[in-house]
Design a protein around this ligand. Structure first.
Ligand SMILES: Nc1nc2c(ncn2[C@@H]2O[C@H](COP(=O)(O)OP(=O)(O)O)[C@@H](O)[C@H]2O)c(=O)[nH]1
Ligand SMILES: [Mg+2]
Length: 190
């Protein structure tokens, strides 16, 4: 049994790179033509952060972000919500901010971590100032990441793991990460 199980969910507009980020994190690969996510997937990864074993469940959206707002039941029991936007799309940042408002309004669980991921940072960043101002005003950390070249993703996940584990069991200080297993599972989420 792992010391902690943490559920991460991805939110954010279609095409900002949610599936690519998960793929990069799990497999350290970038797929130029990711299959569109038509079923709900979660991916499990076991890691050891210091001497604590952690089983991460990473939930991708099932493409429902294209059609309607995401149902609160999708993220309600998440420990970490990664809200993704793309640095070349101001619209996607606006959508991310609206989604954070939705999450905050429906939030029932204390200690849920919300983190912004500005993806595609291999491209010119058109929203840096705006996103950093939002991050400061609302105290939601923003990480600049790229699924394309891998920048920032494991740092963001490690930050989230530390925050989430310390809010689950205060007093644990985690540092140093060992990957022990990654696998992909098909799940049905809703
Ligand atoms: N340049 C660049 N393109 C990316 C990056 N991440 C994803 N993409 C591309 O953006 C498109 C949408 O990615 P996808 O992961 O399907 O987005 P999702 O709909 O949010 O799951 C695809 O064409 C990806 O190849 C990135 O970090 N940099
Ligand atoms: Mg997807």
């Amino acid at each position: 049994m792992p010391d902690h199980e943490l559920k991460f969910v991805m939110l954010g507009e279609s095409a900002v790179g949610k599936t690519s980020i998960i793929h990069r994190y799990i497999s350290n690969q970038f797929n130029t033509m990711p299959e569109s996510t038509i079923t709900a997937y979660f991916h499990t990864k076991m890691i050891i952060v210091d001497s604590h074993s952690i089983r991460l469940h990473l939930w991708d959206t099932a493409g429902q972000e294209r059609f309607q707002s995401i149902a609160p039941m999708y993220y309600r029991n998440a420990d970490v919500i990664l809200v993704v936007f793309a640095v070349d799309s101001a619209d996607s940042l606006q959508k991310a901010i609206l989604q954070i408002q939705d999450v905050k309004m429906s939030q029932v669980q204390r200690g849920q971590q919300i983190i912004l991921l500005g993806n595609k940072c291999d491209k010119e960043n058109q929203v840096k100032g705006q996103a950093e101002q939002y991050s400061k005003d609302f105290q939601i950390p923003v990480f600049w990441v790229s699924a394309f070249n891998g920048t920032g993703i494991s740092d963001a996940v490690l930050y989230a793991i530390r925050k989430a584990s310390s809010s689950k069991s205060s007093g644990n200080h985690l540092s140093g990460v060992v990957d022990i297993q990654a696998k992909r599972e098909k799940g049905c989420c809703m």
